[in-house]
Design a protein around this ligand. Structure first.
Ligand SMILES: NC(=O)c1ccc[n+]([C@@H]2O[C@H](COP(=O)([O-])OP(=O)(O)OC[C@H]3O[C@@H](n4cnc5c(N)ncnc54)[C@H](O)[C@@H]3O)[C@@H](O)[C@H]2O)c1
Length: 385
């Protein structure tokens, strides 16, 4: 009987003490991958990630070591970048730190996988992309929404053709993020300070870019207005601070195939819809609404006749008129699913489209959103290559 072959992949995990680093990338992705025995790529062949947890604070690292059951930690990135035992650099630091450290890693010959937004400006993002190309290293950028059960089901519906010709897409994203003077805020305070890399458009337009490009058609133009609805918040130490970043972005996009898409994104809204993110798709064959996990549809042939009459109680229960799209395959955590694909790409060279170039497109859209806001008008989206 042939022996089991294991490809060990050393991964430097920088920013792993943060919210995304700990919850999504470590505890819901790499730890479960290790616990399941690695990523199976052949009858007796596996990829086994071997992460080292990197951070500034030894106390936090020790806590994380105990939580994850992983052994290796370090407070010093530099020697790891020179260590051939770790061919992969992962970055989930705050956005403003990503470009410099990813560039260092690329120059040290590391393959790179990182959170979005990959940089603060499109120019920085393209420098990263070009540096990776020159160094011949592999890259990946988190595009997690593509692996959410709701959006995978929506993609299958669209591909089946049952929505017919799609003409419009409407995304509603957000919830109320507490200011921090009473209930503790749900998100780190840097998100609300522009000087620290915060901002709704910078945060969310990268998500809308890959969602639109991958599900509906390439984004060709946008018009966006941003706002800072909540002027003052309280930070992690309970100190008040002025919000200098936008906490809401109201954007309209034109896609290559005439589809019009609108996305409202707000940290200052209260939810009355199916989920924290819902996307309504209207086509001549039917409509669909996707949330994070569930999808509902209404075929054209079952569209009820709505009649406008405010003098009587609304006779139709609109929510009851939709069919829930059933699950057809087991779903994984979206971050874990993308990690597994990236690990396969590293070892087996399987195709992986979600590279630094795709990440740069997200930063480009965010940058153009701020430009559109400033000039109060439509902006074309040039092709990045
Ligand atoms: N994919 C998604 O859906 C998603 C969701 C939320 C956030 N993000 C992105 O993930 C990244 C991290 O966000 P978060 O919410 O986890 O933030 P966070 O503040 O919880 O974590 C930030 C990390 O950066 C590290 N860091 C900050 N300043 C540092 C410094 N001076 N030196 C060294 N390390 C430093 C922190 O120690 C921490 O590990 C951001 O770029 C954010 O845009 C992505």
């Amino acid at each position: 009987m042939s022996e089991t072959k294991t490809h060990r992949i050393g991964i430097i995990m920088n920013g792993v003490t943060g919210r995304m680093g700990t919850n999504q990338h470590l505890m819901r992705s790499l730890v479960p991958i290790i616990q399941q025995g690695g990523v199976k790529i052949g009858e007796r062949e596996f990829i086994m990630p071997d992460p080292i947890l990197v951070g500034r604070n030894p106390v936090k690292l020790e806590k994380l070591r105990r939580l994850s059951g992983l052994e290796k930690t370090s407070v010093n990135l530099e020697p790891l970048l020179a260590d051939p035992d770790y061919p992969v650099y992962f970055d989930a630091q705050t956005t403003d730190r990503r470009c410099a450290d990813v560039m260092r890693a690329i120059k040290a010959g590391k393959h790179v996988y990182c959170e979005k937004p990959i940089a603060l400006t499109c120019e920085q993002a393209m420098q990263m992309q070009r540096a990776a190309e020159t160094a011949g290293v592999k890259t990946g950028v988190v595009q997690d929404k593509l692996w959410l059960p709701g959006f995978r089901k929506l993609k299958r519906l669209i591909d089946s053709g049952c929505l017919g010709r799609i003409h419009s897409v409407r995304g509603e994203f957000g919830y109320w993020v507490f200011e921090g003077d009473g209930a503790p805020p749900q998100r780190p305070s840097w998100n609300y300070r522009a000087e620290d890399g915060g901002g709704m458009a910078l945060d969310m337009l990268p998500h809308w870019r890959y969602l639109l490009d991958n599900l509906f058609g390439e984004v060709k133009a946008l018009c966006c207005s941003t706002r800072t609805h909540v002027a003052q918040r309280w930070d992690e130490s309970g100190n008040p601070y002025q919000c200098t970043a936008d906490d809401a972005a109201y954007a309209t996009f034109e896609l290559e195939n005439q589809i019009i898409a609108q996305f409202n994104s707000s940290w200052a809204t209260r939810v009355r819809r199916d989920d924290l993110l819902t996307v309504l798709v209207d086509g001549d064959g039917g409509s669909a609404v996707a949330g994070l996990r569930k999808v509902w549809m209404q075929p054209a042939g079952a569209t009820p006749r709505a009649v406008w009459n405010p003098d009587i109680e609304q006779p139709l229960d609109f929510y009851q008129q939709w069919l829930e799209v059933p699950d057809t395959e087991p779903e994984e955590n979206a971050f874990k699913a993308q990690w597994e694909l990236f690990l396969r790409h590293l070892v087996d060279d399987t195709p992986f489209r979600w590279t630094l170039l795709e990440g740069a497109k997200g930063v480009q859209l965010a940058e153009l959103a701020y430009q559109s806001h400033k000039q109060r008008g439509w902006v074309e989206v040039p092709v990045l290559q």
